[in-house]
Design a protein around this ligand. Structure first.
Ligand SMILES: [Zn+2]
Length: 142
């Protein structure tokens, strides 16, 4: 099973369903499990950190890549060549860009009103910028 490879590298793994687990996120200091891992029927493995870590950073923390989350395809020499599918849904990326741009706008208008950003809000702003750059990168726009 594909999820095993990832689960073996995680701590406090607990099964929450037939093909789903929670575990401590390896990408941030996580004392209580805040990451979900789900293996879909088609073999794909989805990971999500509720603290907001990107899938990239989660995989990077355990030395894995996106390819490790997808089942190996059996090469069929007679299959017609299909355009390569992207490992993300463009709508999800646009939704994230929309949310993150709102954070940037709110921070900007607060600063324009002469109010300094709290440390927490400044961190959130930096996260938004990081996510916007990630979005551009996974779409090969930069
Ligand atoms: Zn995390």
């Amino acid at each position: 099973m594909i999820a095993d490879k990832l689960l073996n590298q995680l701590t406090k793994v607990k099964r929450t369903g037939r093909e789903s687990w929670i575990a401590c996120c390896p990408a941030h200091s996580d004392k209580n499990p805040s990451m979900t891992i789900t293996e879909k029927d088609d073999g794909r493995v989805l990971v999500h950190c509720f603290a907001g870590c990107s899938v990239d950073s989660i995989l990077g923390a355990v030395g894995m890549t996106f390819d490790d989350l997808f089942p190996e395809r059996v090469a069929d020499p007679y299959a017609p060549t299909k355009p390569e599918r992207m490992p993300f849904n463009p709508r999800d990326v646009l939704a994230a860009v929309s949310t993150e741009s709102l954070i940037v706008a709110l921070s900007g208008s607060q600063l324009a009103n002469g109010e300094p950003l709290s440390e927490e809000n400044n961190k959130r702003l930096m996260l938004a910028v990081e996510r916007l750059q990630d979005a551009a990168r996974i779409c090969h726009a930069d």
